[in-house]
Write a protein that binds this ligand. Structure first.
Ligand code: WQD
Length: 336
């Protein structure tokens, strides 16, 4: 099975590439490398022992995407390509609406032209906004609190409309919680551009003394230790969830929406302690004010994915920290 990974050179895409090869499938990367590095391709070749097929270009170029789908006889697509910085999306909403929603429309039209109707979409727990309760189930109300989350919500609705108009389309919407960690080889991992927005890459840079300390955003939340609680999931578990999802679409043909999380929440300070234990490094931190837009708690009810896909996350917070540290300590400047 040939599978197209749009944004396949990115953090989650590259890990999914490895899992697809492990599962005997043939992934093809489509990436414009505005938010990823070509060095990933050599790393993927080293990990898998296979040549890496990559098409460099923009998912917004519909005619070109259709050619790629035909050229590689693509049976299914996993759509990762999109901008994902919440803060940037507030400052530059049109950049996000154009790229994320426009890119999804372009991809879907190219798929129609090439006769490909199997799609896994990289969505996000951010579509739940500030949940009334936790853990979060897939039938919880959706609400967006920023343009980035809005693009995910709109694309989910577009996919629903496409499925109603064209029942032959098989779609899996996967709502990620907080992906962290790295492949145990230490060859691929998270490599944010500039100052990391997310907790784990910020911690790993503090561990390398690239940053003086961690600013903890809020210590007065209604949580056990006052700091924000999230559902951190190992990126390799997440990648394996994508393999299970596309296999289910090919096998059963039923469309679905599923949370990809562990079902367990951890606070910021719990992550700091776990990372210190895993790395042997001390992480200096300072308790500061809440970050605008943050919610107190966000973690998944992960039972539906297990029921539908026979998949569940297995890697511990300790493994997430150890693998994140191995990647960062062996690649202090990421892929650069
Ligand atoms: C986690 C916790 C922060 C940084 C976002 C997006 C989501 C997804 C994952 C794309 C929170 C705290 C963080 C720091 C801190 N992205 N924190 N100091 O905000 O849960 O989710 O990234 O799909 O869509 O919304 O992740 O890692 O930014 O924050 O205290 O320097 O760590 O307050 O409690 P978040 P995060």
């Amino acid at each position: 099975m040939n599978i197209l990974l749009t944004g396949g050179a990115g953090f989650i895409g590259s890990h999914t590439f490895v899992s697809l090869v492990d599962a005997g499938m043939r992934p093809v990367i489509l990436d414009n490398f505005v938010n990823s590095h070509t060095a990933v391709l050599d790393r993927l070749r080293a990990i898998t022992g296979h040549a890496v097929v990559c098409e460099r270009g923009d998912v917004l170029d519909t005619a070109w995407v259709e050619q790629v789908l035909r050229r590689h006889q693509i049976a299914g697509v996993i759509h990762f390509a999109g901008y994902k910085a919440v803060g940037e999306s507030v400052a530059q909403p049109l950049k996000y609406y154009h790229n994320n929603i426009g890119g999804a429309v372009s991809l879907m039209r190219a798929m129609e032209g090439a006769g490909c109707a199997t799609l896994v979409f990289s969505s996000s727990a951010t579509v739940y906004g500030d949940p009334a309760t936790v853990p979060i189930c897939e039938n919880f109300p959706r609400q967006h609190t920023n343009p980035y989350g809005h693009t995910k919500l709109v694309i989910e609705d577009m996919l629903q409309a496409q499925r109603i108009a064209h029942p032959e389309w098989k779609v899996a919407v996967l709502r990620y919680f907080n992906p962290v960690g790295a492949h145990p080889s230490g060859l691929i991992g998270e490599d944010p551009v500039g100052i990391p927005n997310n907790l784990m890459p910020y911690i790993t840079q503090v561990a390398l003394s690239q940053r003086p300390r961690l600013q903890v955003y809020g210590s007065d939340y209604p949580t056990p230790d006052g700091t924000g609680v999230r559902d951190y999931i190992h990126v390799c578990d997440l990648a394996e969830g994508h393999v299970a999802a596309i296999k289910a679409l090919f096998a059963q043909g039923e469309s679905f929406t599923a949370n990809l999380g562990t079902g367990q929440g951890h606070s910021v300070l719990e992550v700091v302690r776990a990372f210190e234990a895993a790395s042997g490094r001390t992480i200096p931190y300072q308790l500061g004010p809440r970050r605008p837009g943050d919610v107190a708690q966000c973690y998944a009810d992960a039972t539906l994915a297990q029921q539908l896909l026979g998949w569940r996350a297995t890697r511990s917070l300790q493994q997430m920290c150890a693998d994140a540290w191995r990647w960062q300590s062996r690649n202090p400047n990421g892929y650069r």
